[in-house]
Ligand binder design. Structure first.
Ligand code: PHE
Ligand code: NA
Length: 449
């Protein structure tokens, strides 16, 4: 259980690694459809509030534990707990995190596979001359084909696990740092396209005009879960990366930069998608297919449409690739500390997650009628419960650990900020973030039962 010696090459490299984990399907795919299903501006407002009040403090808590421990999440948790006279059972937070990301990665891979399919289709010219209605229809036809869906899911898992097996510091990060600015640029182009459509002003007012009447406990729970999901926190995934954080770097500065970028990407994607939704007279609440039926309509309309579309899905695949590598990290770290070699750990996890992904892949075909709970398909459940319940639960435990269990000076040192900032973080985490998560989780359980 000794400390790791490796560090990310530079402060910038660490910020890039965090950004790679944070920016992904959460921003471009999940944020728009969740906003659409949860009353537009009401969801957006709550999501931003949760990112500020919970996301930033908990993200700092999570990374500082990894940084202070300089070990895999479970080892860091038990080391820091023992050191301060507490039980080593606190490491079970790491176990819960590994279980949570197991389920999240299973559907993440399936949905990333959808964008592979779109990339291949676009580059093959399949969207040429299709009407918006045909584009919408082709999505459902694709989802109903178990062979294609599983093929892409398999491909995605292979790509992810081969990088995971190689360990951090592979060439992928460098490639990604080079390509992500292009994705952001393309999102600006899409917003620009959106601005030329008739739905643009409706989209803006639907997203930004406050609508507190649309808020209920479900919207609150969904927005809270999404804040954790999009920032990649609550499952010890960023904690694992924190172990390699350079020695001299301010954690608050890095975290604020990543969160701002994460919100920006979500907003761009939301504005682009809802402009198309409203100009095409579509339903904002049409669910997980929203991005797949709107963005091709816009991009296929530009000159050289297939290239734009293929490029977009390629960049999206890159973004989801780096997120899924981070998703796998808590599991790999856990198996590694149990004595397995990295490659073997990656293989086991890859096979397990692939199998777990199958019911999600089939939720739109052979398992479409299988609704284990409250009329929801397996896909509906696996995309909501781990994110909305288990990420916040893990996050609140990590926050409790960082502010009540581990040594205070250790925590402040790992934050790497001024004493005032450290005290501010401690106060907000203890008295705002932790109670807020607990209140939301309990009220929604109350509401269910
Ligand atoms: N933050 C990623 C996204 O927005 C998803 C993720 C969740 C990654 C949890 C790691 C851990 O797509
Ligand atoms: Na995100």
């Amino acid at each position: 259980m000794s400390e790791v010696a490796e560090r990310w090459g530079s402060r910038r490299a660490f910020i890039m690694a965090m950004t790679g984990a944070a920016v992904g399907l959460g921003n471009i795919w999940r944020f728009p459809y969740m906003t659409g299903e949860n009353g537009g501006s009401a969801f957006l407002m709550l999501y931003v509030i949760f990112v500020l009040l919970l996301g930033l403090p908990v993200m700092m808590a999570e990374i500082l534990v990894g940084r202070a421990g300089r070990r895999t999440p479970m080892q860091a948790l038990s080391h820091l707990a023992l050191e301060n006279g507490h039980s080593r059972h606190w490491r079970l937070i790491g176990l819960m995190g590994a279980a949570t990301v197991f389920f999240i990665l299973s559907f993440y891979s399936v949905v990333s596979g959808w964008s592979f399919e779109y990339m291949f289709d676009a580059l093959g010219g399949n969207f040429t001359g299709m009407s918006p209605a045909e584009i919408g229809g082709s999505f459902n036809t694709f989802l109903a084909d178990p062979f294609k869906v599983i093929f892409n899911h398999t491909l995605f898992m292979l790509l992810t696990m081969s990088v995971v097996a190689a360990g951090i510091g592979s060439g992928l990060e460098k490639l990604n740092n080079l390509l992500m600015p292009l994705l952001y640029l393309l999102l600006f182009v899409l917003v620009g396209y959106g601005a030329t459509t008739s739905g643009f002003t409706t989209a803006l007012s639907w997203l930004f005009t406050p609508n507190p009447a649309a808020i209920d406990i479900t919207v609150v729970l969904n927005a809270m879960g999404h804040a954790f999901f999009t920032l990649a926190i609550g499952a010890c995934a960023l904690m694992a990366y924190g172990a390699y954080m350079p020695d001299r770097q301010s954690l608050p500065t890095a975290v604020i930069a990543v969160a701002c970028l994460d919100i920006l990407v979500a907003l761009l994607s939301g504005i682009a998608i809802f402009s198309i939704v409203f100009s095409q007279g579509m339903d904002p609440a049409s669910g997980p297919g929203l991005m797949f039926v709107t963005l091709p309509i816009a991009l296929a309309d530009l000159p050289g449409g297939n290239i734009w579309l293929g490029g977009f899905f390629l960049l999206l695949a890159m973004a989801t690739w780096t997120s899924s590598i981070n998703l796998a990290e808590p599991m790999v770290a856990m198996l590694q500390s149990a004595g397995l070699k990295r490659g073997v750990a990656a293989l086991l996890i890859g096979v397990g997650v692939w199998l777990m992904g199958l019911p999600s892949a089939l939720s739109f075909s052979s398992l479409a009628d299988w609704t284990p709970l409250e009329g929801k398909t397996f896909f509906d459940l696996v995309t909501s419960i781990p994110t909305d319940i288990f990420l916040p639960l893990g996050g609140v435990l990590i926050a409790i650990f960082a502010t009540w269990i581990m040594d205070r000076q250790r925590a402040f040192d790992a934050l790497g900020a001024s004493t005032t900032l450290c005290r501010g973080w401690l106060w907000v985490t203890r008295w705002i973030s932790i109670p807020l998560v607990i209140i939301v989780l309990i009220s929604s359980l109350w509401h269910q039962g």
